[in-house]
Design a protein around this ligand. Structure first.
Ligand code: BES
Ligand code: MN
Ligand code: ZN
Length: 532
């Protein structure tokens, strides 16, 4: 039987021949997960654990009867007693008596079949992976056909399951030097058991697509998790250049002198409080042979946001190292796009700065002249994201883009409005926004639209400059977007506020604590949908 193998080599790690025990992560050498395909009957596979997906209340079926026979115990009684019904994310772990080829079976609830979605599959797989990792089980088999449902192709289902595994297996361990007993295993060996040869090609393709997308997500998560002392604007530029070299992208860095020559007064204004110099990172992916107007992706790259002179409270200021999550999403998306060989031209623009208070910092009341020529009254130095984006958006117009999408951890108000369940989307082009929302639903990076009526634009008028950077608390996410709108002309534009979704406080099935990589899966799904 031919074996298809897909290895996940996470960027930033070098390969080692050493064993694959849990301690490997601490050696900071290698994190790979091998996924292979087999057409053996699932219950005949020798594996530490076979994972079976169960749609809600579909459990009295043949598969479980076979499990009962094999394990010598009646699974249906456990189910009758209410231990498991197939609700989304529910699990039931069964141990075999030793006779069966598989040592364990893990049933994973997928919710009602009518409500089945790719996201439910990812989450189901994420829960399964988390449970096994916690028990130091690093190999598993997946009963692939148990996860299939009508509306999605085997390729999409395979991609979703693989994504769930890759994303659940992420761990930021760069700074851990001591052995920790409580650290979970890293997944090593996964086998997808297929019903027949029929869908082997499609499943292999799906897994490969997932691997490439997740490489982008992992890059984004790593960058967000890096601490501020490591992550200067110059460091972001270095990582961008390295990524561009390995992925075959063009990369240009505008340093402080060039920013001064270009008259990017808003970006420079934010940067002037920090001794670490700002830069503008420009990446270009020449899919489609570099033909056609590019789509431009802009990502907020504030490597640390203290608030500046309008200083933030000390409590949880540490999480403001994540204020470059928009930049990270753009870098991750470009990496994944080039790995996938997407057939379109893309430009990524990242204004990278640090927002600190000092004797040279901007003050509330200062007036800056932006690249566009528009003047900005800085009422609050903590509303710095929109300042650097103003210059980046004006710069984007030079590429004559077919559309511009910016991602930014822009407003605390976005968390008030939507919590951590969805990012806000606003913009000037409803067709673009609708496409993004659909891509969000399918990718799992969900979006919710807020209005951007002209009335909101009134709120950011200044008495002494063309615009002011803060309109106070009401509708904070919308006035932030209204500010950005002043710096985009005619071009279809969408703004995505990821303040609530870029960072995970507690940990979820496919999202360990820390940077989430939000935006990569969304944008890749969006870019792929533009070619349909
Ligand atoms: N980076 C913050 C927004 C933020 C807050 C992101 C919490 C993630 C979690 C942004 O620069 C900011 O400080 N915004 C201000 C704007 C206000 C002063 C108009 C805010 O939301 O308070
Ligand atoms: Mn701020
Ligand atoms: Zn900020």
């Amino acid at each position: 039987m031919g074996k298809v193998s897909v290895r996940m080599q996470l960027p930033g790690f070098t390969k080692s021949k050493k064993g694959t025990d849990w301690n490997r992560a601490l050696e900071k050498k290698e994190v790979t997960m091998n996924i292979s395909l087999q057409t053996e009957k699932p219950l005949k596979i020798a594996t530490p654990c076979l994972v079976i997906g169960v749609f809600e209340k579909e459990i009295a079926v043949e598969r479980l009867a076979a499990v009962s026979r094999l394990f010598g115990k009646d699974v249906s009684t456990l189910i009758d007693e209410g231990e498991f019904s197939g609700k989304a994310r529910q699990t039931l772990l069964l141990h075999s008596g030793g006779e069966a080829p598989c040592r364990r079976i893990l049933l994973v609830g997928l919710g009602p079949r009518q409500e089945a979605s790719l996201e439910n599959l990812r989450q189901g797989m994420g829960v399964a992976a988390g449970l096994l990792k916690g028990k130091r089980i690093d190999a598993l088999a997946v009963d692939f056909s148990s996860f299939l449902f009508d509306v999605e192709s085997p390729k999409e289902v395979a991609a979703a399951l693989a994504e769930g595994l890759f994303l659940a297996d992420y761990h930021f361990s760069r700074f851990l030097t001591e052995k920790r007993e409580e650290l979970p295993a890293m997944l090593r060996d996964v086998v997808f058991c297929l019903d027949g040869e029929g869908c082997r090609g499609e499943v292999g393709e799906g897994i490969d697509v997932a691997r490439k997308i997740c490489a982008g997500v992992v890059l984004a998560r790593d960058l967000v998790n890096e601490p501020g002392n490591v992550k200067s604007p110059a460091y972001l530029a270095k990582r961008a250049r390295e990524m561009a070299e390995s992925a075959g992208l063009q990369c240009t860095i505008l340093d402080k002198e060039e920013l001064i020559r270009e008259r990017m007064g808003a970006l420079l204004g934010v940067a002037q409080g920090s001794s670490r110099e700002p830069c503008l990172i420009v990446l270009e992916y020449l899919g489609n042979g570099g033909k056609g107007d590019p789509m431009v992706l802009v990502g907020k790259g504030v490597v640390f946001d203290s608030g500046g002179i309008s200083l933030k409270p000390a409590e949880s200021m540490d999480t403001m190292k994540m204020d470059m999550a928009g930049a990270a999403a753009v870098l991750g998306t470009l990496l994944a796009a080039s790995m996938l060989g997407l057939p379109q031209r893309l430009v990524g623009i990242i204004p990278a700065v640090e927002n600190l208070p000092s004797g040279t910092a901007i003050r509330p009341g200062d007036i800056l002249t932006s690249l566009s020529g528009k003047t900005i009254e800085v009422l609050n130095t903590d509303a710095e994201g929109r300042l650097i984006l103003a210059d980046a958006l004006a710069y984007a117009e030079r590429f004559q883009p077919s559309c511009v999408i910016d991602l930014a951890t822009l407003t605390g108000a976005c968390i008030v409005a939507l919590g951590h369940e969805a990012a806000a989307v606003l913009g000037s082009d409803q067709e673009l926004i609708d496409k993004l929302i659909t891509s969000g639903e399918r990718s799992g990076d969900r979006l919710w639209q807020l209005p951007l009526w002209d009335d909101y634009c009134e709120l950011i008028k200044s008495d002494v400059a063309d615009v002011k950077n803060s309109a106070g608390r009401p509708a904070g996410t919308i006035t932030g977007a209204a500010f950005l709108k002043k710096f985009v002309h005619e071009i279809p534009w969408a703004h995505i506020d990821i303040a609530g979704t870029a960072w995970e406080e507690k940990g979820r099935p496919c999202q360990p604590k820390g940077g989430t990589g939000f935006g990569v899966r969304l944008l890749i799904r969006f870019l792929r949908s533009c070619n349909d």
